[in-house]
Design a protein around this ligand. Sequence first.
Ligand code: ADP
Length: 396
Amino acid sequence: MAVRERNILVMNAGSSSQKCCLYRIEGDALLGDPPAPLWKGKIEWSAPDGARLTVLDRQETLPGGEPRGSGVSRLLETLWHGKAAVIGGPGEIAGVGHRVVHGGSEFQEPTRITPAVKEAIARLSPLAPAHNPAALEGIEAAEQLLGRYSPQVAVFDTAFHRTLPDAAAVYPGPHSWLKQGIRRYGFHGINHAWCTERAVTMLPDRDPSDLRLICCHLGNGCSLAAVRGGRCMDTTMGFTPLEGLMMGSRSGSIDPGVLLYLLEAPDGPTAAELGHILNTESGLKGLSGVSEDLRAVVAARDAGDARARLAWEVYIHRLRAQIGAMAASLGGLDVLVFTAGVGENSAAVRSETCAPLGFLGLFLNEQKNHAVSQSGPGKERDISRANSRVRVLVIP
Ligand code: ADP
């Protein structure tokens, strides 16, 4: 009997990009190794020469001023039009999964998209201004092109963190904040959940029911998740994706007194201006003055730029300190995972982050660490030494 095949489109609206993959799934089982995507496309909204569309290996620059939604439609149409086409038409797509960053308290499971669900995603946009509106643009574009054929499902980055204990989720402000929904939600949950699953598969001799794992998601946005026995116990992002680690252009955690000081200063920024500064003019970009892209910051540092060096040092310091905090929340550590753009590609970040963690029983195999970055993307690796009690994994 022929195995039933279905094409599933996955859309990921990041803060700086829209990434899409088409997967051909055979049968009903999604367990085991992930299938390679049949098709990959992405738009980087702020590439040096404007919005850049990449499908398989072909690149083009989108016309300036084109609304993002029509850029996304153009990307999706290459699935069945032109040289990179892999299917005959939109009717061959069985379903679309959208990554949505903020699901608030309402959404704790993957949810079929309806007008009410879209309204709720829009309502939560002020809490994830770089992401929820981008996800809605992707949803609208997919609905217009594919809505007649395929159901659309939202998968929320906040959902993995629903198991956070109150002690980790509640902010120590007035108790009434809780009624207003002001609490830690946590983000990047889809990837933290994925990496947890893969780590368990990669370490068959460890008992998964009590495994203590810290997942370092280091992309443009950065967050850690502390996971015990598959349940998320702590995380660095909070009410919004602004809290926690230093990021590409986001500040991460700073003393709230700094914000009050700036808001009250005679020539200080308005609240909206401050939001812009914290989200887009801070982090690696703000400190270095070079770029939010770590590669450019490292190149400037190596050329002797003192601000780029400072940005690098603050980034690494905060990452180490938060790993220490997460390890304390877990009462120890068995697995450290590196994932996302920086986590997968920067051997130097992994090396410097891990250097002082020998006191946890964590030792990198530097040869393996550097080999990952040279072997290209897409491979899961254990880069720890044989005698390292803590396993260090790189998981795409
Ligand atoms: P997002 O999905 O949040 O937009 P990604 O997970 O794609 O981000 O990560 C993007 C970041 O990865 C870039 O800003 C860049 O700094 C970093 N990156 C990619 N490749 C490398 C590399 N070889 N070395 C260091 N950093 C890299």
